[in-house]
Design a protein around this ligand. Structure first.
Ligand code: GDP
Length: 309
């Protein structure tokens, strides 16, 4: 079991009893512990460096008030900074999907194979058709949702989405590996328009790694669909690697948000900070189980807590 940040810092603080403020030397010592804790939580190294620099700037010279000791004071600064960087300073509405477009509002799902795109497509379809969607903090009612798969490389992927759609009782538009992804997208858009769907969610092919052909393909789907939301789906277990994957997707596509899956596992969630840092986009949802109701709006504060252990 890893020590959490408070435990780590309290050990350091024992060696400097009686200090009443955060100074260059005590802060330095404690920041080493913060650095270790963040790396253990899978925050990528360059992100950790930036973060430590920010915290140092905020922390130095801070008066340690009341019953706090320097360690507790620093944990406070770290927690506050981490929450802000996770998107806490963006306000609660940053995590809402903005579907206020001319219907059908298109949501494009992007990410590597296995990240959880198809599962998240089902979860989101359920979320929207159950009426959980909010705008400005207010529920906007049940949405009529259509899902389609543009993954022509794995017929099993199309079947998987079909099964998921049946499970959450939303309409599934069949597609076929003989079509091009662009044809599927055009057909789906047309179908959604003609049948007055509020939302069209397009699941896309993922690859095991980042490759250029895949990025070109998803970019052309983006251009064709003009989605209101382009969500990057990333596995929390991805750890350090999440940075490179997120960067590749953010470079190829104007992302609007991130969904981090598999937070029900052991991952400490440091990848959330890395992905946010690299993409600059808000985390909108987290996946917390394999089941279709395992989707929750993202809470910066909770994620900061999780990363700190
Ligand atoms: P895709 O290749 O990106 O479409 O990924 P899938 O949706 O097929 O998901 C890959 C695996 O991850 C499946 O076994 C899913 O059940 C699982 N999965 C997806 N999201 C979550 C989650 O939030 N928690 C857990 N525990 N498993 C998930």
């Amino acid at each position: 079991m890893l020590d959490n940040l408070t435990q780590r810092l309290s050990r350091v603080v024992k060696t400097m009893r009686g200090e009443a403020r955060l100074t260059e030397s005590n802060t330095q010592q404690m920041l080493r512990e913060v650095r270790m804790a963040l790396l253990e939580a899978d925050v990528a190294l360059p992100v950790v460096r930036d973060f430590i620099a920010r915290v140092k700037e905020r922390a130095l010279g801070q008066e340690v008030v009341g019953s706090l000791n320097p360690g507790q004071a620093l944990v406070g600064v770290v927690h506050k900074e981490l929450t802000a960087l996770m998107g806490g300073d963006l306000g609660a509405e940053a995590s809402e999907l903005s579907l206020a477009a001319q219907p059908p509002a298109v949501i494009l799902m992007a990410g590597l194979q296995g990240a959880g795109k198809t599962t998240t497509t089902g979860k989101l379809a359920k979320w929207l058709s159950d009426g959980h969607h909010t705008q400005g903090g207010r529920k906007t009612g049940k949405k009529k949702v259509l899902v389609v798969s543009a993954d022509v490389y794995r017929p099993a992927a199309i079947d998987q989405l079909k099964a998921v759609a049946a499970q959450v009782k939303v309409d599934f538009l069949p597609s076929d590996p003989s079509q091009t992804p662009e044809d599927i997208a055009r057909g789906a858009l047309d179908h959604a328009r003609r049948h007055f769907y509020d939302v069209l969610i397009v699941d896309t092919a993922g690859r095991l790694g980042i490759d250029e052909a895949m990025m070109r393909e998803i970019r052309s789907l983006y251009d064709l669909l003009n989605p209101v939301e382009t969500l990057f789906v990333v596995d929390a277990m991805q750890g350090q690697d999440a940075v490179n994957v997120a960067k590749a997707f953010a470079d190829a596509l104007p992302l609007t948000g991130v969904v981090m899956t598999k937070l029900d596992g052991d991952a400490r969630g440091g990848a959330a900070l890395s992905v946010r840092h690299v993409t600059g986009k808000p985390l909108k949802f987290v996946g917390v189980s394999e089941k279709m109701d395992g989707l929750e709006p993202f809470h910066p504060e909770r994620m900061a807590q999780r990363v700190l252990g």
